[in-house]
Design a protein around this ligand. Structure first.
Ligand SMILES: Cc1cc2nc3c(=O)[nH]c(=O)nc-3n(C[C@H](O)[C@H](O)[C@H](O)COP(=O)(O)O)c2cc1C
Length: 312
């Protein structure tokens, strides 16, 4: 086994944003405001991630989907949370103040159902000094075409072409796994000027209530996440990384350093921990702490060496 790489050997970057390490959180899976209420400042002071990604924000406040919103599956979870949130004003005037005090870079996730609203969201969020990058959640149907933007390479490209001139800050497209050829959507994002893609979002899924024989989730269906989706995510990261030059933020069922490293070897530059945060809010820290040994076990002296395997 190679010598254990030092903590500094995990330093990296995404879209020019310097990072102490490669561990982000998946949007919507780690609520800083709730964590502070429950755990006090402990989790903020020893923050589990090298970069924080906000939950997805929308133009107007949203109540989210009707209950039930969660269903546990073997090795996974189905959620139909439905993006509850304070809307753009509430986010910028309240939530962003706390997020700005975090000592790691900040990526804000936004979603809209038309290009016009995406323009407003991106302009307003990009104008905030505290924001280092913007993630575009493209899982919503476009009100004009009825098509889900992130399922259509041409719609994804058109959205990016409209947003790219608005800011020099990194634009990251969050890819859905619910398409036959995710690499085509990734190519559309890249052609439109995206700086990175993040993947995967949740996999379409449903559960039946054992008592009523009706769908368990209030919304009828939801999205599967957790270790159950990891092999799907790894296959998609490999396919996308072969098709584009821009970097990938890889996620989908990461639970520990070994599974995080699998994503790096599949072609991701950095990784994100999602569902595992609900089981262990310090999961991000555990991934970071396990990475030197995981790298050494595979003969790597640094994260960069593992990243280079797929960059070569
Ligand atoms: C409860 C929950 C809420 C989520 N909310 C969002 C969200 O607001 N925006 C988004 O882009 N993805 C959201 N996701 C998807 C995650 O960011 C991630 O892409 C997905 O869960 C796969 O990673 P995982 O298996 O590690 O959870 C959510 C996932 C879960 C489980």
């Amino acid at each position: 086994m190679a010598d254990l790489p030092a903590r500094e050997a995990l330093a990296t970057e995404i879209c020019g944003i310097p990072l102490d390490g490669p561990v982000l959180n998946g949007s919507g899976t780690f609520d800083v405001l709730a964590a502070r209420q429950v755990f006090g400042d402990v989790l903020i002071d020893e923050f589990p991630f090298d970069c924080y990604v906000s939950k997805t924000i929308t133009m107007n406040p949203r109540p989210g989907n009707p209950p039930y919103r969660l269903w546990e599956t073997p090795s996974g979870m189905i959620n139909s949370i439905g993006l509850p949130g304070p809307g753009l004003d509430g986010f910028v005037n309240r939530d962003l103040r706390l997020l700005a005090s975090l000592e790691v870079p900040l990526i804000v996730s936004v979603m809209a159902d038309c290009i016009e609203d995406f323009v407003v969201l991106v302009e307003r969020v990009a104008a905030e000094d505290a924001v280092d990058g913007i993630e575009l959640n493209v899982s919503c149907p476009n009100v004009h075409s009825g098509l889900i933007v992130g399922e259509q390479p041409a719609e994804t490209e058109a959205l990016l072409k409209a947003l790219r001139p608005l800011t020099a800050k990194p634009l990251i497209v969050k890819l859905t796994p619910n398409v036959a050829n995710p690499h085509e959507v990734a190519m559309g994002a890249e052609a439109g000027g995206a700086d990175a893609v993040s993947m995967i979002n949740t996999v379409k899924a449903a559960a039946i209530d054992p008592q009523t024989s009706r769908p368990w989730l209030g919304a009828g269906a939801g999205g599967l996440s957790g270790p159950a989706v990891r092999p799907i995510a790894l296959a998609q990261v490999r396919a996308v990384s072969a098709a584009i030059e821009i970097p990938i933020i890889g996620m989908g069922g990461i639970t520990d350093a070994e599974s995080a490293l699998e994503f790096i070897l599949a072609g991701a530059r950095v990784i994100a921990v999602g569902t595992e945060n609900f089981r262990d809010p310090k999961a991000g820290t555990a991934v970071t702490e396990g990475l030197p040994a995981a790298l050494a076990r595979r003969g790597f002296g640094s994260l960069a060496e593992a990243q280079a395997v797929t960059l070569a």
